[in-house]
Design a protein. Structure first.
Length: 112
């Protein structure tokens, strides 16, 4: 997926493909007006080692009016809010692959 812009409808319709396969930041538009910007995580994380990624991220952030610290804060907030959920999922997974061990117990004991 190498588009540089996409409509809100198309972005929503193909969200999974954009999240998994997008190769560059994109402008998300509605009726010809920019509504948002999408920066794939791999581009964000590789921005310091790949010059073109750094330029793409900088341009996208400049257009959005936000800075790198805003994105870093959002990532940190997400990681903090989801740390317990990720831990619980991992413990449930370990229980499933090795139920005889019984040493991995999710704190709430619930299984999905």
């Amino acid at each position: 997926m190498s588009e540089s812009f996409v409509t809100v409808y198309e972005f929503r319709k193909k969200l999974e493909q954009y999240l998994l396969h997008s190769e560059r930041p994109m402008v998300i538009s509605h009726r010809g007006m920019p509504m948002g910007y999408f920066i794939p995580a791999r581009i964000w994380h590789d921005r310091e080692t790949v010059a073109i990624f750094n330029e793409l991220v900088a341009a996208t952030l400049e257009m959005s009016g936000y800075g790198e610290q805003d994105v870093k804060d959002a990532i940190e907030s997400f990681a903090h809010a989801n740390a317990d959920a990720v831990r619980e999922r991992l413990l449930r997974h370990l229980d499933r692959i090795d139920p005889a061990a019984g040493k991995y117990k999710a704190s709430n004991g619930s299984k999905r």
